[in-house]
Design a protein around this ligand. Structure first.
Ligand code: HAM
Length: 423
């Protein structure tokens, strides 16, 4: 777990803020759930891999609890209970920190942040398309370049393995191995479970079926899985989703992978992850999960969602040298020349802040030259120097830090001068 120093914190908050803007643009209402949940709830609703990595302990009431490893399980709990009678569709947004005892490596932390979007109530392809295009627009808005989506469908593998009568447990272990790209091992599990030779050949062909021309890949896939009816339906579903996106003129760079699997067990349909070149870790991931809500009892409610990995998006932005618009653009340091002008300096600081300008007051009692050097080091755009001499004429000195030029301006026009300034 890391301490986030000002530069990192600023970037993380920037991605959080843009995520929140996007949630508003798409009509997702924010909900805030606790960081601590019942262990049973989290354990039952995620996957073996995440279960093993949860921070788990007993609280003082002797209840087994865990730090949340993701948002989806907690949100599903709410949707199955408190929110079950809300009109559908229901769009929910969450942002915050999550905890997984992952092996530390590049882009993998034990405390990390996600911004999470879930859409409940629709099993239709336009809901899947929305989650994909929302992610596309978030990454675009952040200024990331060359990012793309790896897309698959859990029904492809599930259709085949179910028809071959593999139970859920065996299917999950095949999926986990595929998620880790351990293809040979995955095929070995299927072979040991007694699947047919036709199945093994089909599985092998699936692992090869991938590419950037989505519709060509899907057409080839259709040919390969002729004998597996539900797999064909999955391929058609993915086709419809991608066609809808294409026809809506959304530019989405995709790589369709027939053998793509995600670590979480609850997915039932389209699944995806986002990537940028040169960074071999997913920036975000999600998919459709139509059966999770009914695990909590009650009506089945179809759902599709995505979690963006804020830490990793920050890594990608840093790698591509994209930085948020400088927040210090119009920042001001107000320096009082003498103690007797300090009260006026504070009054003027309040006046500028009231107009939305970020103001730091020089509070160290330094000489003007040292205070100016410090303002420069802090990246201030302007310094306002408040001295008794100018105050007699209701004026102050306004210094443009970058240009190292200064002029005396009437207090009555100070705000306007700064707001109209070029910096
Ligand atoms: P996930 O793939 O486990 O999915 O996580 C989503 C994203 O969170 C990853 O792509 C990654 O960017 C980030 N992430 C995960 N673990 C770490 C880590 N240890 N360090 C840094 N970043 C990490 C989910 O969590 C699902 N709940 C997504 C979802 C929402 N599916 C449907 N709705």
């Amino acid at each position: 777990m890391r301490d986030l120093l000002p530069k990192d914190a600023e970037m993380m908050r920037h991605v959080e803020q843009v995520s929140r803007e996007v949630s508003k643009l798409y009509g997702y209402d924010e909900i805030i759930t606790p960081i601590l949940e019942s262990y049973e709830l989290l354990a039952a609703k995620t996957s073996e891999e995440i279960r093993e990595r949860m921070y788990t302990f007993k609280d003082l009431g002797d209840r087994k609890v865990a730090l949340r490893p993701e948002f989806t399980a907690s949100i599903a709990r709410l949707v199955a209970n408190k929110l079950k009678n809300e009109p559908k569709p229901m769009r929910l947004f969450s942002v915050g920190s999550l905890y997984r005892y992952d092996e530390p490596q590049y882009g993998r932390f034990r405390e990390f942040w996600q911004s999470n979007y879930e859409l409940f109530g629709s099993a239709r392809p336009e809901a899947d398309a929305e989650i994909l295009t929302l992610t596309n627009n978030l990454l675009k808005k952040l200024g990331l370049k060359n990012y793309r989506f790896k897309i698959g469908h859990t029904g492809i593998l599930r259709g085949i393995l179910t028809q071959e009568r593999l139970n859920d447990e065996k299917q999950n272990s095949v999926r986990q191995l595929l998620d880790k790209k351990l293809w040979t091992e995955a095929l070995a599990v299927a072979r040991e479970a007694g699947v047919s030779q036709k199945c093994l050949t089909t599985l092998e062909s699936l692992l090869e079926t991938k590419g950037e021309n989505a519709f060509q890949v899907l057409a080839q896939l259709r040919d390969n899985v002729q004998d597996y009816e539900t797999t064909l339906a999955a391929v058609d579903n993915l086709w419809t989703i991608l066609e809808l996106i294409k026809d809506s003129k959304e530019q989405l760079e995709v790589l369709v992978e027939a053998g793509f699997a995600r670590g979480l067990e609850y997915y039932t349909g389209m699944i995806f992850e986002s990537y940028v070149p040169g960074l071999n870790i997913a920036l975000g991931g999600g998919g459709r999960y139509d059966k999770l809500i009914q695990l909590f009892g009650g009506e089945p409610i179809p759902a599709v969602g995505v979690a963006q990995g804020i830490d990793r998006i920050v890594l990608a932005l840093t790698k591509q040298e994209v930085s948020p618009k400088n927040a210090k653009e119009r920042s001001v340091v107000v320096i009082s020349v003498k103690d007797e002008s300090m009260a006026k300096a504070l009054e003027l600081s309040a006046m500028l802040r009231n107009k939305g300008l970020p103001v730091e007051v020089a509070v160290m009692g330094r000489s003007i030259s040292r205070a100016l050097a410090d303002a420069d080091r802090r990246g201030a755009a302007y310094a306002v120097i408040v001295g008794p001499k100018e105050l007699k004429e209701e004026k102050v000195v306004l210094r443009e830090m970058k240009k190292s030029t200064q002029r005396t301006v009437p207090i009555s026009s100070l705000t306007e001068e700064i707001l109209a300034g070029s910096t």
